[in-house]
Design a protein around this ligand. Sequence first.
Ligand SMILES: Cc1cc2nc3c(=O)[nH]c(=O)nc-3n(C[C@H](O)[C@H](O)[C@H](O)COP(=O)(O)OP(=O)(O)OC[C@H]3O[C@@H](n4cnc5c(N)ncnc54)[C@H](O)[C@@H]3O)c2cc1C
Length: 464
Amino acid sequence: MIRIAIIGGGISGLAAAFTLEDHRRAGALEYTLYESSPNLGGVLRTEHIDGCIVEAGPDSFITEKPWAADLCRTLGIGDQLIGSNDADRKTYILVRGQLIPMPEGLMFMVPTKILPTGLSPLFSWTTKLRMAQELLLPPRAAAADESVASLVERHYGAEMVDRLADPLLSGVYGGDAASLSVRAVLPRFAEMERTHGSLGRAMLAARNKMPRTVNKTAAPLFTSLKNGMQQLVETLVPRLNPSSLVTNHSVQAIHPEAGGWTVSAGLKSDNFDGAILAVPSHAAAKLLSVSSPELSAELAAIGYSSSITVGLAYDREVRQSLPPGSGFGFLIPRSEGKRLLAATFVHNKFPHRAPEDRALLRCFFAGSNAENIWQQSDDAIIAVVRDELQQILGLRAEPLFARVYKWKSAMAQYGVGHLERLNRIERLRQKLPKLALAGNGYRGIGVPDCIRSGQEAVKQVLTS
Ligand SMILES: Cc1cc2nc3c(=O)[nH]c(=O)nc-3n(C[C@H](O)[C@H](O)[C@H](O)COP(=O)(O)OP(=O)(O)OC[C@H]3O[C@@H](n4cnc5c(N)ncnc54)[C@H](O)[C@@H]3O)c2cc1C
């Protein structure tokens, strides 16, 4: 009987286990999933507090990437999928202490509508002039990878990096635009520059090619589950073989042996024909440090950042006091000198996640801002959040409840040269017996990418 080990019980490892489950039922193989913590799901965690649905980790996923919604449908919870309330989709940027809405027509950070951008106080006249000049840029094939900040600055100037590129990417990767790779993080931008030169012209050309959706409502930007992201885990786990799931077992190392792998967890070792490492790449590096120091060094070089989310609920008065059309929330450029990176008005983004008489806010710290307050107590972190919310929103009220969630080195940072590193990793991996890598360290940090990585890892380990 073929035996497969999965290390890591986050959504990547669970997606791999679910894919293997059909083979197991058919009697073709057996698998063991090792998870170091008592709980499965990794960073997917939802708390239900006082009628509010509070997400500790991810709150949703991008609708455009199908793998998470497809998995929900396969699990029979397609009817539980909900879209973000895009009628109220407005994001604010803090500029010199004022919340300024992102103008209509900005596609990611590329302006496609002249009037709203031209009139917006978000940008100085110098940046607006750069936007107009950008439309004239000729095609350019970059010889090497570069940072997102470098590409954006070349097109629109430093202000665009500070006010949009950096805050937008911090919200997704918890990292900064000056170190993230364009080719790994925004491959479309690199391609648009190669084909059109101007990102603005390329975006307009792509938009003109899109089929007109006259009577069709556009899909929401974000999708989630009615009862929160943990609903995915709670539906998936009962569909797995209970005796294949080993929680509270931290794997220390894996060693190639007799064409397969020996997995050492605690005082016990077990032999498998193949292994799927569905852990952050820094954890995969540790597991392989003796058996493949070269691969281990490449995995260890993929950066990770830590993050803290804080959920706060307020009463009806606070909800009514927030600016009308307050939208999904706001992002804070580094130049504003705040510790918070972003805040989401959850009651607007996913209205049923808070009763109508509650305001539910989700605040986000990442990178050095999270590290700097990491050791502080929850009360002290909540005090930092409240202080900044008071400065930004004038919000002085006592929250009805507040919860702090810390995620150590959980968000991968795809630095400049990431894709070349992945090629080197792939070459080294192929030299080893059946081994697959899944998780957010490689080809996508979002939940749908992680699910796909788990599914593909199964194919890889069964066919290699
Ligand atoms: C705060 C936050 C907000 C996010 N928001 C979004 C969002 O809104 N939308 C979105 O799409 N994505 C979001 N992401 C990203 C996404 O949630 C993650 O990239 C994804 O869930 C990672 O899943 P994973 O299974 O690869 O890793 P993890 O969830 O980190 O799971 C890895 C598991 O491996 C276990 N493990 C580690 N080492 C060992 C070992 N030696 N032995 C056994 N087990 C081990 C860990 O305990 C953990 O359970 C967010 C991430 C964070 C942290």
